[in-house]
Design a protein around this ligand. Structure first.
Ligand code: PGA
Length: 260
């Protein structure tokens, strides 16, 4: 069965000044020259850069997204941005429920679901992040935690082509540590089963990303795992060469499939 187009998404987190728009131009040019040929490529810069970044990628295959949003369209919510504002600024994706936001701001599964609904209703794509802590994994609770996060944060009846789930073990983010390939495979198989149950119409088409210390050296083996439909890349997305090397993994896939 044909798999959906993989997605390689860069999460710049709280990094990026106006001068760093040059990095977005470099990624744009690399993508449009065929880099990451088999994958959809996305960069989620800080909110301050979205308008300018979106202008730079007009007519390009590179997409721009936000890193969070609120569910309300507007109102008295000092410091927050809405999905409508992200869309107005030119973003087509938004990351929701990243573990750094769940930890720093107590974002609940219900809040993540409401935010996902607001983004999906506006025609945007939502990347919902889930993942266990080290203590939860060591206690044998990784799948039950991820299962609860999925149950609480995935909206009912989403357009499967615009819903993305990112499995990011909290202990793997920014640490250089990754789960074994067998653990990634087992968790993605579990997530696929849950998503097919939660999204009966098209759950097999929802893209499942792996995130947490994806680097050029481990990208090919992680991305080759069944039910891994791409990656959410933090630190390595700040380096154009590293990011394009990771996205380029799919180029090889396309070639391999074409010559098979
Ligand atoms: P990392 O971050 O690639 O730096 O581990 C991933 C993420 O937090 O999305």
């Amino acid at each position: 069965m044909a798999r959906p187009q993989p997605l390689v998404a860069g999460n710049w987190k709280m990094n990026g000044m106006l001068a760093d728009l040059a990095e977005i131009e470099a990624v744009r040019d690399a993508v449009d020259a065929g880099g990451g040929g088999g994958a959809e490529v996305l960069i989620c810069p800080p909110a301050t850069l979205i308008v300018a970044a979106a202008k730079l990628v007009q007519g390009s295959r590179l997409k721009i997204g936000g890193q969070t949003c609120r569910s309300e369209i507007s109102g008295a919510h000092t410091g927050d941005v809405s999905a409508a504002m992200l869309k107005d600024a030119g973003a087509t994706y938004v990351i929701l429920g990243h573990s750094e936001r769940r930890a720093s701001y107590g974002e609940t599964n219900a809040a993540v679901r409401a935010r996902a609904i607001s983004a999906l209703d506006l025609g945007m794509s939502a990347i919902i992040c889930v993942g266990e802590t080290k203590a939860e994994r060591e206690a044998g609770r990784a799948t039950s935690i991820v299962g609860r996060q999925l149950l609480g944060s995935v909206p009912a009846h989403p357009d499967p082509s615009r819903l993305v789930i990112a499995y990011e073990p909290v202990w793997a983010i920014g640490t250089g540590l990754t789960p074994t390939n067998a653990d990634v495979a087992a968790m993605h198989r579990f997530i696929r089963g849950e998503i097919e149950r939660l999204v009966p119409a098209g759950g097999s088409d929802v893209r499942l990303l792996y995130g947490g210390s994806v680097r050029p050296r481990n990208a090919a083996e992680l991305m080759a795992i069944a039910d891994v439909d791409g990656g959410l890349i933090g630190g390595a997305s700040l380096d154009v060469d590293d990011f394009m090397a990771i996205a380029g993994v799919y180029r090889e896939d396309v070639k391999a499939a074409a010559s098979a």
